[in-house]
Structure formats: structure tokens, C-alpha cells
Design a protein around this ligand. Sequence first.
Ligand code: NAD
Length: 260
Amino acid sequence: TLHSKTAVVTGSTSGIGLAIARALAQAGANVVLNGFGDADAIETERAGIEREFGVKALHSPADMAKPAEIEAMIRLAERSFGGVDILVNNAGIQFVSPVENFPVEKWDQILAINLSSAFHAIRAAVPGMKARKWGRIVNTASAHSLVASPFKSAYVAAKHGIAGLTKTVALEVAADGITVNCISPGYVWTPLVEKQIPDTMKARNMTKEQVINDVFLEAQPTKQFVTVDQVAALAVFLCSDAASQMTGANIAMDGGWTAV
Ligand code: NAD
């Protein structure tokens, strides 16, 4: 159980991050939610987590593209709950375009949010974890940390970067009771996936049904989407004592995609 632990989950107002935050709260951790969205909806979710799971929950609106706001989010968690024991670097965005038309500002934004934000959050949280001799860092990578798909140059580069950052930091903190791992989901049905349907239709000249079946599920031998709750269950496992000897691992949950 994670009672008396505190978890910061970036990008947790939606999709995979929200499911991870709820699962960690269910396991007893206080949680710091982060991400954008409708203020009332976020407050309803935050208060609901406190009520449902008997833990404390905060929301930080920190923009993961802004290093100073990332550090402030970690300090807020430390001030409010006494430390950050679990850090889940999950915030991420996608943009689909041939490389020669890829907007330069989209490249910069994806590298900042999907990769550099994890560096800044880890940098801010590790000293406290070292001092307490316990920590869990879980990064949401992607099947695209292991293999590529066309038209996703920034995303694939950032996710391969997350896999490398995971291994490097795991080695640095291995003797401090801190584990660092990444989870690499295949296609999970979330707003991030739904939103890339129109651009993929354009880039590949396909219908919506063709994108779902011939692009998304084509990659997954099981022909099924991964669920957010399945990813969350793995994240909770990685935070448990049973996983204390798992570190530097990149764990696929992709319906067989990367086995091909
Ligand atoms: P989502 O769009 O449902 O959620 C993304 C979250 O990130 C939201 O809470 C959003 O507000 C937040 N966010 C976006 N930009 C932010 C910023 N600048 N600062 C702070 N928060 C920000 O997406 P998701 O599918 O749940 O994706 C979560 C993670 O999982 C991402 O890193 C994504 O790359 C990864 N992933 C998703 C899939 C999939 O198929 N959905 C597969 C593999 C990996």
C-alpha cells in the first residue's frame, strides 16, 4: 500500500494520467494532479478523489513546457504533503505531419512537453527522494520509444529520448532506493488518440474507419486498444515493494506491437 506516500502525476486531467492518479490514490497515496482543462471539471475530479479514496489531492496548473513552473509544482507538493515519493512523468501531446512540413514550433513544443518536462521534474524531485532513501519514477513512454511510425518525427524522437533518460537516471539513483522505469503503451483509446484521427486521415488519405483499423489496430496483433486502467495498474505495480528490483526497464503494454 502507498499510504503516507505522495505522488505527482503530470498530465493527469485526462486519459492515462488521470487513470494513474486515481489508481495511486486508491492505493492510498496523496496526489498532485496536473494538466489543463475546464476548471470546474478539474475541481470535481480533485474533490471526488479525496472523497472516494480518503486521501488528499491538489491540482497544479503548471505548464510542462515551462521549466520554472515544473519546479514550482514539485515544491508545491513538497510543501503541501511533505515530499514527493512518486513522480509520474506522463504529460504528452502529439502532432502528425510529414517531416518537411512539420511546424518548427510544434517540434519545440513536443520536445519540451514530452521529453524535457520529465528531466526538469526529475531534477527537482530526486534530492528529496535521495534524502528519504525511497522513490519511484514512472515515465509514460510509448511503443514509439521502441519503434517508429511515419509522420511522427517529434513524438518518436521525444519518446526514444524518454527511454534513454529513464535508463540513465535509473543507473544514477540505483543505490538510493529509487527506481526509474518507463511504460510503453501501444494505442490506448484516449482524447490524444482520437484527436490525431483527422490529421492522419489527411496525411494518409484515409477514412476514419481505415485509420482506426489499418493504422492504429494494424500495429497491434491483439486487434484491441489498451485501456487506461491497464496502464494504471502497471504503474501502481511499479510503485510497490514487489517492484523494488525493477529499474531502468522499458515495459511494453502494446498488444504485441513491438514483438513483431
Ligand atoms: P490525453 O490527451 O488524454 O492527456 C494528456 C494530458 O496532458 C492532459 O491532462 C493534458 O491537460 C496534459 N497536458 C498537455 N499539455 C500539457 C502541458 N503543456 N502542461 C501540463 N499538462 C499538459 O493523452 P493520453 O493519451 O492520456 O497521453 C498521456 C501520455 O501517454 C502521453 O505522454 C502520451 O504520449 C502517452 N501515450 C499515449 C498513448 C495513447 O495511445 N493514448 C500511447 C502511448 C503513450
